[in-house]
Design a protein around this ligand. Structure first.
Ligand SMILES: [Zn+2]
Length: 129
């Protein structure tokens, strides 16, 4: 989880730096406190969001390489560089669900073309959960 540790460390130093800067500005100038605090909080939000935005992309959490070549399953993606199993993203889960739905529809269509008159109308199982 090197990428996560790096992001945490960067976010921590950003927080420390912005807080020290805000305290310095308040101590050395006669500016009112609330606008300085507001600018500091806005800077923190933007900077930490920038640091953590990489985590939302398909990036290996161990080595930071792209997961475009990764092998995906319902358990996650295996990084082709370091073989770390990464948690699946919502996009991959949606693709897996769509592929599973197509499989079931195809199986149902084939079953209905081969169905006997007394056979049940559908072989699609009810989804649990
Ligand atoms: Zn990796």
């Amino acid at each position: 989880m090197k990428l996560l540790e790096t992001a945490r460390t960067r976010a921590l130093w950003i927080v420390v730096g912005v807080a020290a800067t805000a305290l310095g500005v308040l101590a050395w100038t006669t500016l009112p406190a609330w606008p300085v605090v507001g600018v500091a909080v806005a800077t923190l939000v933007v900077a930490v969001n920038t640091v953590t935005s990489r985590l939302a992309k398909d990036t290996c959490l161990a080595c930071g390489k792209s997961l475009k070549d990764a092998t995906w399953s319902e358990h996650g993606g295996i990084c082709s560089h370091c073989h770390q199993i990464n948690p699946p993203t919502h996009a991959h889960l949606a693709k897996l669900d769509a592929a599973r739905a197509r499989e079931l529809l195809e199986a149902n269509r084939q079953a209905s073309t081969n169905a006997r008159p007394d056979a049940p109308a559908s072989n699609v199982p009810d989804r649990q959960a």
